[in-house]
Design a binder for this molecule. Structure first.
Ligand code: 9J3
Ligand code: ZN
Length: 264
């Protein structure tokens, strides 16, 4: 790792390395029973198998309304193999609303860093949150409630609260151009616009995508999520090249907005 950044992990990235189905780290996984935790519904922890690179940042990910961790499971090994501890969770009930999902993401992070079997592998100062739909709404709630979080990524997020000026966490809002459940015009776009203009923030609108695009492997979601998590959880400026200058619209991106250069 570079002497000037103690948090940098893994080799120098390239477009192909962030688009690959797996990153440089072999991963393991362990399941967490709902019976053994309070405040969320258990889940699966994916983590780099080796301990020789030191500790890693960590990310908790919530599914959406009526859904289980299986709906976001692809992100576990995809992100962990790039050098993160990733906790895909179940919620207490599949009907839990976004504010509750936000609390549950934070409870999952507290479990991960405080009592889980992988706690010694994690740098508890470098944490992030992600989620799909109401879990994306919960991602914004978690960031609002815990400004020490280093990165937040709502995926086709859904929330009745459209305004997020309180957020201090660098946030990448990912929407889908064909979403009829959480249309970008009434969800992701106002979420993005209402975040502070001084915040490191970005809006990625997927082209040819639906509300459920984040429920299976997607290279565009993966490459920009990896870049955002690396840039803001690990302070790894080697990934800035994929975020600034802003990516252009094209085959898989309908629109991309953001503020460059990044300030944190
Ligand atoms: O988590 C989601 O998919 C939220 C979208 C939804 O169905 O909200 C209706 C109450
Ligand atoms: Zn608000």
């Amino acid at each position: 790792q570079a002497a000037d950044n103690p948090y940098e992990r893994g080799p120098a990235p390239s477009t192909s390395s962030i688009e690959a189905s797996r990153g440089p780290y072999a991963t393991s996984q362990t399941s967490v029973s709902s019976l053994s935790v309070r405040g969320f519904g258990g889940g699966t922890i994916y983590y780099p198998t080796s301990t020789s690179d030191g500790t890693f940042g960590a990310v908790a990910i919530s599914p959406g309304f009526t859904a289980y961790q299986s709906s976001i499971a692809w992100l576990g090994p995809r992100l962990a193999s790039q050098g993160f501890v990733v906790f895909t969770i179940d919620t207490n009930t599949t009907a839990d609303q976004p504010a509750s999902r936000g609390d549950q993401l934070l409870a999952a992070l507290d479990y991960l860093t405080g009592s889980s079997s992988v706690r010694s592998r994690i740098d508890s100062s470098r944490l992030g949150v992600m989620g799909h739909s109401m879990g994306g709404g919960g991602t914004l709630e978690a960031a609002k409630d815990r400004p020490s979080l280093q990165a937040a990524i709502p995926l086709t997020g859904w929330n009745t609260d459209k305004t997020w000026p309180e957020v201090k966490t660098p946030t990448l809002v990912i929407g889908a151009d064909g979403d009829t459940v959480a249309p970008v015009a009434t969800h992701s776009e106002p979420f993005y616009t209402s975040l502070p203009s001084s915040l490191d923030k970005a809006y990625l609108e997927l082209r040819g995508a639906t509300h459920f695009t984040p429920n299976s492997s997607n290279t565009t979601i993966a490459k920009y999520s990896i870049s955002w998590l690396k840039r803001f959880i690990d302070n790894d400026t080697r990934y800035e090249q994929f975020l600034c200058p802003l990516p252009s619209a094209g085959l898989t991106i309908a629109e991309y907005r953001g503020n460059c250069p990044h300030t944190s």
